[in-house]
Write a new protein. Structure first.
Length: 156
């Protein structure tokens, strides 16, 4: 068994959709980024790539490449799974945390976990998504951005 950790953050801006875990969430702002800026999936991608000693999301899908502009991070996650499969790995489990003061995410978490499990071809019982606030502290607490952490284990 191998383990990796991932972290991502994007600023909240006007005139963008908010997408987390492949779910479009109604909110007054969205995350700025070259892709759909899904911080949760980006953190999971990095955790999986780290577990496989395969670099990071920026190395595989650079923000300077027009091919990845506005791409769904669900597709990026699928590409990461292909990288793992080519190296002989299978995803064992995911544990992740979204850090955001707003919006409230509890009702969307089951769908996020299901989306992730479907793309990674694992049972949804092996995907955990949590959300927390920073009680008003820091950039997430001030509503300036959203962050996510992820830990992944893979097996060969």
């Amino acid at each position: 068994m191998r383990m990796g950790i991932g972290y991502d953050v994007h600023p909240l801006v006007d005139n963008r959709k908010l997408v987390l875990g492949g779910v479009e969430i109604p909110y007054i702002k969205g995350l700025m980024g070259h892709s759909d800026a899904d911080v949760l999936l980006h953190a999971i991608c990095d955790a999986l790539l780290g577990a496989a000693a395969s670099g990071d999301i920026g190395g595989h899908f650079p923000d300077t490449d027009p091919e990845f502009e506005d791409i769904s991070s669900m597709r990026l996650l699928g590409n990461v799974l292909d990288i793992l499969k080519n190296k002989g790995f299978k995803v064992n489990n995911i544990d992740s945390t979204i850090v955001a003061e707003a919006p409230k995410l509890a009702t969307y978490i089951p769908t996020m976990a299901e989306n992730i499990s479907l793309v990674l071809e694992i049972d949804s019982s092996k995907v955990n998504v949590k959300a927390t606030t920073t009680e008003g502290l820091g950039f997430t607490g001030k509503g300036e951005g959203i962050a996510a952490y992820a830990v992944a284990t893979i097996i060969d």
